[in-house]
Design a protein around this ligand. Structure first.
Ligand code: WT7
Length: 653
């Protein structure tokens, strides 16, 4: 066997990995006692997180749990998030890079903390002048351009919560989110580059605005220059002009209560309507900073890179708020990993001497497929830590990442969390936990999780059950915007077990507990799909499909997909007079793209005369999933219409 093959074989067999010695020696958190400290001193131990921030006035109480599950953290504390992410670093790190932006065309833009401070102030002044007041919700519909984090921080500075809508979402999705949040200010841009092409974004924004109630102020950043499809209109403000008009302006950071909303983030649930997850200024920011410190091991002198999009929670917590709260340099990349070549990420790591990389399993699977020659061609020795998030990572991908990107000398943290949790919940601490590929690890210190059955009783080790979180944590969502009732319904159960007399949080994930206390997350147990780490509601997709004239009924399920993890499979029943043509299939696909965006594009649309239903009339989704995956169909005797299974299987083939 060659050396290389021997190494592969050894890696193949190895199930656990210890944190590398050199990493442990320099880690932010390397004292095993941290778990005990949080256990014995809960909830006060959470002050460790809050102490990473600068407060205008100290909290009176760490946790107020009077009104479960409406918990409050760092009660009566006051602070401003932008002051924490920018101003307080000016003294020591004013000339150091806060944001290193890499454009898809290869250009770079660096914002020192000084420059970031300047532009955040100028844009904050501009927002105020256009009429944005404290607590007004500002929608940011922007791709990965520096104006996005600047706008987020400008909003935070004036106490106006932002609601970032992922740029890949459709016009309809934008309108729905703006209406739901009663948002009357939109910051967007003319477009952005994807694989070298200039994409028009402004038309999509305008199309969405046509369906927004109320009088909206629109601000447009210029990314494309002469490549833009259309000019910015007279009734739209130009971002750069607003900033220039406020050159040198300073805006005092508005004092916010710890529990004041920092931002809203819409995410998919089981119903057709996205949920407006509310995060707070004190608890969320403390949590983002603490997990960035303890799990990502971020230090001010690092150049840290999270390759997510800021349009999702990962980017909020781990491109913007966590890293900037710690005063480090955060890298922001506009483009795709395979443009112009498949070594783009490794080129950036080498050039910017990136110290930590945080990415998603779907990306790692793509790197694996492309082959090790791409990372091998670059010097990646600056890397000290690797992280993954978004979906379960299969051991093969984990090991590939560990070996080919981390050179077997970086710990890999597999971090389980959600939009709702604000930050990481389950993962090894990089200097403390033995790593077990495929298993996220134990809950973080101070986080308490269990695996239970449908009645709330803990299940035996090794058996699958529902993941629940037993105690509140500072980064938790506080409610769903304007909908306390749905917040309780969707997330909280009050189990009447004697040992569990408090409310438990239900993330809707299946998981199993290993003998060593590690948690292996299995995936969603509700009707939410995880496509390339993006969260999509089946109901949202279904309602787009039944909206197409000629469709009578639809069911959407997730099928296994080698690269994406899951892919969207749509089953549709057509009206009698509707022909089941490819053109009609395309029409359905286009309707999904219009309602949500290209990320929700069905992999397949299957026309079927009926959907498999139980006697009580419920669609048997499991069965549709089995069909999509080509798996054996189990017992169909509970079906009202068992014959339909053969029909559908035939169609799929
Ligand atoms: C869902 C949350 C958290 C930011 C990205 C997604 C799945 C997330 C992991 C992981 C297994 C994971 C869960 C979760 N998930 N991280 N490390 N291992 N599954 O945020 O869009 O709110 O989705 O992503 O199913 O519930 P999100």
């Amino acid at each position: 066997m060659s050396d290389e093959a021997q190494l592969e074989a050894r890696l193949e067999e190895q199930d656990t990995f210890d944190p590398p010695e050199a990493f442990v020696e320099q880690a932010n958190v390397s004292d095993e006692g941290i778990y005990k400290e949080f256990e014995e001193n809960w909830p006060e131990a959470w002050e460790r997180a809050a102490d990473l921030l600068t407060w205008e006035s100290e909290w009176e109480e760490v946790l107020d749990d009077e009104n479960e599950p409406f918990y409050e953290w760092f009660v009566d504390g006051e602070l401003n998030a932008a002051a924490n992410c920018v101003d307080r670093h000016l003294d020591g790190r004013g000339d150091e890079a806060a944001i290193e932006w890499v454009g898809e065309l290869g250009e770079t833009r660096t914002y020192t903390y000084e420059q970031l401070h300047r532009e955040v102030n100028e844009f904050a002044a501009a927002l105020r002048e256009t009429g944005v007041g404290e607590d007004d919700i500002v929608t940011l519909y922007m791709p990965m351009i520096p104006e996005l984090p600047v706008a987020m921080l400008a909003c935070a500075r004036i106490g106006a919560p932002h609601s970032v809508v992922f740029a890949g979402f459709s016009a309809d999705a934008l309108a729905e989110r703006m209406n739901a949040a009663d948002s009357e200010t939109l910051v967007t841009c003319d477009g952005y580059y994807r694989r070298g092409d200039a994409l028009d974004h402004l038309s999509k924004a305008r199309e969405g605005l046509a369906d927004v109630d109320g009088d909206v102020t629109t601000i447009v950043a210029d990314r494309l220059g002469d490549d833009a499809d259309s000019d910015i209109a007279d009734d739209e403000h130009v971002y750069a002009e607003l900033v220039a008009d406020h050159e040198g302006a300073t805006v005092e950071p508005v004092t916010r209560d710890a529990e004041d909303m920092l931002f809203l983030m819409y995410t998919s649930g089981t119903t057709g309507k996205p949920k407006g997850v509310k995060h707070t200024t004190g608890g969320y920011l403390s949590y983002a900073a603490w997990t960035s410190h303890a799990v990502l091991d971020i230090k001010p002198e690092d150049t840290y890179w999270c390759s997510a999009d800021i349009g999702w929670i990962t980017g909020h917590s781990y491109i913007v708020y966590g890293p900037l709260a710690l005063g480090t340099t955060t890298v922001m990349y506009e483009g795709t990993p395979d443009y112009p070549e498949k070594d783009r990420l490794w080129e950036i790591v080498e050039e910017h001497e990136v110290t930590q990389l945080y990415t998603a399993p779907t990306a790692i699977r793509a790197f694996m497929k492309w082959g090790p020659e791409y990372p091998d061609a670059h010097d990646l020795s600056s890397l000290r830590l690797l992280g993954t998030v978004g979906e379960p990572i299969n051991p093969r991908a984990w090991k590939w990442y560990y070996k080919h990107i981390g050179n077997e000398s970086c710990p890999v943290v597999d971090t389980w969390w959600q939009t709702e949790t604000g930050g990481m919940m389950i993962t090894t601490l990089p200097a403390l936990g033995t790593m077990k590929p495929g298993s996220a690890g134990p809950p973080l210190p101070g986080v308490s999780a269990d695996i239970v059955d449908a009645g709330g009783d803990p299940v035996e080790a090794g058996k699958a059950g529902y993941l629940v979180v037993n105690k509140p944590w500072p980064g938790m969502l506080r409610t769903l915007y304007d909908n306390d009732e749905r917040f309780i319904d969707e997330y909280w159960r009050e189990y009447s077990l004697p040992e569990r007399d408090q409310w438990v949080y239900c993330p809707e994930d299946g998981a199993k507990l290993d003998d060593d206390g590690y948690i292996t997350v299995l995936g969603r147990v509700d009707d939410v799909l995880n496509v390339s780490g993006h969260r999509l509601g089946t109901m949202e997709i279904e309602s787009a499909i039944v909206g197409v004239e000629g469709v009578a009924e639809a069911a959407v399920v997730g099928g296994d997909h080698e690269m994406k993890g899951e892919a969207v499979y749509a089953y549709a029943i057509t009206e009698d007079e509707q022909d089941e043509t490819d053109a009609f299939r395309e029409e359905i696909i286009a309707a999904v793209e219009d309602a949500i965006g290209p990320i929700a594009r069905p992999e397949a649309v299957v026309f079927t005369p009926e959907l498999p239903k139980t006697r009580s009339g419920k669609i048997m989704r499991r069965l549709l999933e089995d069909i999509a995956n080509g798996d054996d169909i189990g017992n169909t005797s509970t079906l009202r219409n068992p014959d339909v299974v053969d029909d559908i299987q035939e169609k799929v083939e």
